[in-house]
Design a protein around this ligand. Structure first.
Ligand code: ZN
Length: 295
């Protein structure tokens, strides 16, 4: 589209000017990133989000914002994820947990909830991120279950994005989760249009929010289920790489541990996990509304 190209350069220049102001200390970072939605979209190379911004009604009392939340059930279809000792598939237990979470979120009427998958289908990691960005998601929560080399190890853990893994095992977990696309023969390619520097700057803001989310997840999960000793870790998960959507990945337990595999097979246990995830999302948005989260 010819006119699209023109828009691209204009907006891009505008955005870079705003960034220069930030760099010179003349403006807060957020002002550059929040320039306007169309700039963000152009930068994204993503299509216009249909219902991203609710129309404002002058004079009316501001209604509580309906946040868009993506619940991402890991794996699916040809990709079973990790497999428990008695044959439990990660893709099955995480789908049910994710569905329970999505229902809980919907019931609050605070959120517009989307799922990366709601059936036993394969969705590539890249598509999960692309779809979340296309709908202008405010939050992305990825639900997984873990398998650790030590069968005695158990507990839930929470991951946020970092190119440098927090520990060797975290790197291995990321490697395994990222292998999803290889299982189905899909090659993950980064969007070549996107300028890496801009990505990094956007990430700063998003990272702060992701850390807030992770903190709430650890607190709320810790009330109801066992946590891994090393509870909050970071690694380079493809699925957490949207530069503008606060995201976290939850390993809801270890299928490699016999007891925990039994727990994860239990729908009541999964409801408890989903309840903790729901409270975390609520707490997170309470913080955002208060302006306590973020930069
Ligand atoms: Zn997984």
């Amino acid at each position: 589209m010819h006119s699209g190209h023109t828009m691209y350069s204009v907006h891009r220049r505008q955005f870079l000017q705003a960034l220069s102001a930030v760099a010179a200390g003349l403006a807060p970072f957020h002002s550059a990133w929040a320039l306007d939605d169309s700039v963000k979209r152009v930068l994204d190379g993503a299509p216009a989000a249909g219902s991203a911004a609710p129309a404002s009604h002058p004079g009316a009392r501001p209604a509580a914002k309906i946040y868009s939340v993506v619940v991402d059930a890991g794996h699916g279809g040809v990709d079973p994820g990790c497999i428990g000792r008695t044959g439990t598939y990660e893709k099955d237990v995480v789908l049910d947990t994710a569905l329970k979470l999505a229902r809980g979120l919907e019931a609050t009427k605070r959120y517009k909830v989307s799922m990366s998958r709601s059936t036993d289908d394969f969705v590539s990691l890249e598509d999960r991120v692309i779809r979340a960005r296309a709908i202008g998601a405010d939050l992305f929560v990825s639900v997984h279950a873990d398998a650790l080399p030590q069968r005695s190890e158990r507990g839930a853990s929470v991951f946020t994005l970092s190119e440098k893994a927090s520990d060797k095992e975290a790197a291995m977990v990321a490697q395994r989760e990222n292998d999803s696309d290889r299982v189905a023969g899909v090659k993950y390619t980064a969007d070549p249009e996107v300028n890496e520097i801009l990505f990094d700057l956007a990430r700063r803001q998003t990272n702060n929010l992701s850390l807030q989310l992770a903190q709430q997840l650890v607190i709320e999960l810790g009330r109801d289920v066992r946590l891994l000793n090393h509870t909050h870790r970071s690694a380079a998960f493809v699925v957490l790489k949207a530069p503008d959507i606060p995201s976290a990945l939850v390993e809801t337990g270890c299928l490699s541990n016999a007891e925990e595999e039994r727990d994860l097979r239990n729908p009541h246990y999964r409801q408890v996990v989903a309840g903790a995830l729901l409270r975390s999302v609520n707490d997170y948005f309470d913080l955002v509304a208060k302006g306590a989260a973020g930069a």
